[in-house]
Design a protein around this ligand. Sequence first.
Ligand code: KG4
Ligand code: ZN
Length: 336
Amino acid sequence: MKILGIESTCDETAAAVVENGTRVLSNVIASSIDLHKKTGGVVPEVAAREHLKQIAPVIDHALEEASCAWDDIDAIAVAHAPGLIASLLVGVNSAQAIAYIQNKPLIPTHHIAGHIYSNFLDREEDIQFPILVLTVSGGHNELVLLKGHHEFEVLGETLDDAAGEAFDKVARLIGLGYPGGPAISKAAESGDGTRFDLPRPMLDKENKYNFSFSGLKSAVLREQQKLGELKEQDVNDISASFQEAATDVLSDKLKLAADEFDVKEVHLAGGVSANKRLREKCEEKLQGRVFHAPKQIRYCTDNAAMIASAAYFLQEKDKSVLGSGKTVEIFSQKPL
Ligand code: KG4
Ligand code: ZN
């Protein structure tokens, strides 16, 4: 079964064709990130206007790259929550129009479920449940127990900033560009991660599966204020020290939950799962367990292949979703 996925929840306009949930035939992403660099973050209206420009060419490109005509497509999947409302409207309206004109079923799909399914893209091995998934993005940060296909139990989540948001805010604080994650991890390569003694927040028992990065962010602010004008080495050292603290918290909680729930597999997903240091620490701490992070960096950040994959497994579980797209509801902040 070939599904055309469409994703427009934030600043990436994306379309992809995926066969049977795992085989990626195309994965096209147009990002408006360069426009948001100027403002140091995503301006929702600018993102929505860009989606409108990009959506039709991106869909055409995805079909062309997959060598598919409309007749080859069995269903359309679209991310309908959570996200920026004006951005969501572009993807959902386009998907509905196509489904109507081409007479295809439309499957509304949750964006975070998409991130969770990004680890099944290009996958050949059998899937073994239960799976523990840490989703770490700019807009969301959750620890999820995947008991079977689309059976989610959220064990914990962030109480303030998501991990990627913390990377972005710290980067802005120390004068690195947007998005902060790649900039911080690059600067950290030349930095000393032990120079600043930053807190590892929320490792106490009560909040063992929740996250909070605002204290860590404030600690960075205090160090920056003490130093005054930052030299290049200061920026590199702050980046490395921050990255060490953030990745310690994420990997420790993942290990704790993997042991408590004795899961068969452990996955990392979302934009921050592109972080090399985080992957290294997870691999080290989870030795003896099956550990996966998305097979390509393009599957970590927002993309439509993950939406098509999640939709495939959703309709495998419950065929009634194939008729559910006639009236898609948009939820800007719908939890998983
Ligand atoms: O999943 P995503 O594309 O968008 C959301 O759904 O939020 O994640 C974007 C986030 C940004 O905050 C970005 O700074 C972060 O992922 N990110 C990284 C890296 N690459 C992207 N964070 C840390 N290290 C990276 N290499
Ligand atoms: Zn995302």
